[in-house]
Design a protein around this ligand. Structure first.
Ligand code: DX5
Ligand code: ZN
Length: 207
């Protein structure tokens, strides 16, 4: 199981990214919010792009935005492994095709109340599914219990359609809730790691 670290709840982003860089975390999860798809808004790309100064890890960019096209063009320039858009937006196919043009992995996130079957039309385009185990929009929330069933439903769907996409989970992941994510290939954890005094210990406990 790979581990991705979100710095959304970080109080000192440069310092925490430098600390994460010394751990064996697999990816840095970059949460982007536009104030429309979710109420909160994150810093503009002109500031966010500076994270390259503080991390050599590959990035997973989670776009919680209504219209991802311009964001994809910008974030594709960074050291990006995967760009994740939401299945709930208008015309996800257009964005997924654009991501693939940059030879970056295309991810599709799904909110807690969206039926898993909504993923079906996009399965041929995607390399990763991000199961949201909290409502997107903020760090530090509690893992929604039925997320375990939803992850397992995604695993069944991928088996049924013979699709090799990775399953990732995002929201409220700690050393207890991670036990419900046995069907995931990647787990994303924010406050559990970056609000602790020993990042490596927390990352190891997730593995
Ligand atoms: C929620 C974000 C998550 C969040 C994870 O909108 O997409 O990535 O930062 O943080 P924790 O682990 O604190 O729930
Ligand atoms: Zn996220």
């Amino acid at each position: 199981m790979k581990v991705s670290a979100s710095f959304l709840s970080s109080k000192n982003i440069p310092k925490d990214l430098l600390t994460l860089d010394k751990t064996d975390v697999d990816f840095i999860h970059v949460d982007i919010m536009d104030g429309k798809f979710v109420p909160n808004k994150t810093m503009p790309f002109s500031e966010m792009k500076n994270i390259y100064k503080f991390t050599s890890k590959r990035l997973e960019v989670h776009l919680m935005v209504s219209d991802p096209i311009d964001y994809i063009k910008k974030y594709a320039e960074l050291n990006t492994e995967c760009i994740i858009i939401h299945v709930e937006i208008d015309d996800p196919t257009k964005s997924l095709e654009l991501i693939k043009k940059y030879s970056i992995k295309a991810g599709l996130a799904i909110k807690p109340n969206t039926p898993i079957s909504d993923l079906v039309p996009y399965l041929p385009y995607i390399d990763e599914i991000l199961v949201m185990s909290v409502e997107p929009g903020a760090g530090g929330q509690s893992f929604i219990e039925n997320s375990e069933d939803r992850i397992n439903e995604v695993r069944d769907l991928l088996n049924e359609y013979k699709i090799k996409a990775l399953i990732n989970v995002d929201g409220g992941i700690n050393d207890t809730t991670v036990k419900k994510c046995y069907n995931c290939d990647i787990v994303t954890s924010g406050s559990f790691v970056v609000c602790s005094s020993d990042f490596q210990e927390k990352i190891s406990s997730l593995r």
